[in-house]
Design a protein around this ligand. Structure first.
Ligand SMILES: Cc1cc2nc3c(=O)[nH]c(=O)nc-3n(C[C@H](O)[C@H](O)[C@H](O)COP(=O)(O)O)c2cc1C
Length: 374
């Protein structure tokens, strides 16, 4: 176990000695980009990394049972990333420990620096089947899953590859090998990567007192804690007092605690980390249409720097997905809407922007707006 020193750095966050993973090498406090299904795809993460520079990014979550059943390589779409996103963590979810073990090997082979287990998703499709936040009710299974992921990571470190995973189809294994061959040499090394968890403070009521110690027993590298229960979904305000209690419980353990919920800026994140004695924080929704959320200088409103970024995002979205069987531009519209709102684009123009079917059409609307402004 590593030793933990209290409050001996300028912002009062905990410092962990003996660097063992990328987490330990990150500046404190750590302010990262939270995973968001349907949002945090490769183009979004790339734009955030290029213009905002979050300290760490997570992919959208991917179901391990899906990885182990699939024949089509589209199942690996969530695991696309670019080098500038590093450190980048793959987030996975599910209920079957053996599928977690095999997927952990795949994640390692794809060159990710960390693997994160989702124990926080409240959706009926996920939690209803016992995965995501459903695991808060089955701490024994949650622990078994962490250990299975670690077993996969150890197997990789000892030379295993996707070809040693009986449930991973040869099509998928072949695609993993193709991507892996393009990685920089350091990312191809058979090295153990840290296992982390993202969760909530409880199922229908906060249970930090029991839930966090159960997770700490498995010694994850980090726990990112969203300050809401499953029942709350996204209602009410995040409970940062429960997050602070989790940090107290983690004192003297090797596990970092990152708070999450309702942060509007990096500065607000840093203030919470200091106030509640955390190691860092994750920002989710506030990053939509706003990579500058990770910078210390606040966004000016309206901020016209977002116009060219929106265009760059649209073209990267097309370049990333245009070869996919079911490619279409509409999933990009939520990002365009977010950029446009922050640029103060009037509703009629925004409506036009949201009807665009290609990055070229989006660019035309964005340029007309930018040119129109003094
Ligand atoms: C659209 C959307 C998708 C999300 N998908 C994920 C996910 O795939 N994995 C995960 O751990 N959390 C997911 N979350 C939760 C966020 O990571 C985060 O915990 C939550 O939004 C609270 O942080 P915020 O207030 O900064 O947005 C999602 C949230 C949103 C809004």
């Amino acid at each position: 176990m590593q030793s933990t020193e209290q409050a001996s750095n300028p912002v009062g966050a905990r410092i962990h000695a003996a660097p063992a993973s990328f987490w330990d090498a990150l500046p404190r406090p750590i302010i990262g980009l939270a995973p968001m299904d349907g949002v945090s795809d490769h183009p979004f993460r790339h734009i955030q990394a290029a213009h905002g520079r979050p300290d760490v990014v997570y992919t959208e979550f991917t179901r391990v049972e899906g990885i182990c059943r699939a024949r089509q390589i589209t199942v690996l779409e969530n695991f696309l990333y670019s080098e500038i996103q590093r450190p980048v963590i793959a987030q996975i979810y599910g209920v079957d420990p053996e599928a977690f073990r095999q997927t952990a090997i795949l994640v390692c082979q794809l060159g990710f620096q960390g693997v994160d287990i989702n124990m926080g998703c409240p959706s009926k499709n996920v939690a209803g089947g016992g995965a995501g936040a459903g695991l808060i009710q089955t701490p024994g299974l949650a622990q078994e899953i962490v250990r299975a992921v670690r077993a996969g990571v150890s197997a990789w470190a000892n030379g295993a590859t996707v070809r040693d995973c009986p449930s991973i189809h040869p099509n998928i294994a072949g695609e993993v090998e193709r991507r892996s061959a393009k990685l920089p040499p350091a990312a191809r090394l058979h090295r153990a990567i840290p296992v982390s968890i993202k969760t909530r403070i409880g199922y229908d009521a906060p249970v930090v007192e029991e839930w966090i110690p159960a997770l700490l027993e498995t010694e994850p590298a980090a726990i990112a804690l969203h300050g809401r229960t499953l029942s709350q979904a996204y209602r009410g305000r995040a409970d940062w007092t429960s997050i602070a209690r989790a940090a107290e419980l983690a004192q003297g353990t090797p596990t970092l605690i990152l708070g999450n919920g309702d942060l509007a800026s990096r500065n607000e994140g840093v203030a919470r980390v200091v106030e509640y004695g955390l190691d860092g924080a994750l920002i989710g929704r506030a990053a939509l249409g706003n990579p500058f959320v990770f910078q210390t200088a606040p966004l000016s409103v309206p901020d016209m720097r977002l116009g060219p970024i929106a265009m760059e995002h649209g073209y990267l979205f097309e370049a990333t997905f245009r070869h996919a069987k079911r490619y279409h531009f509409p999933p990009m519209r939520k990002h365009l809407n977010a950029y446009a709102r922050r640029m103060g684009m009037p509703v009629p123009q925004r409506v036009k922007l949201l009807q665009s079917k290609s990055p070229q059409e989006a660019e035309a609307v964005l340029r007309a707006f930018a040119d129109f402004r003094p």
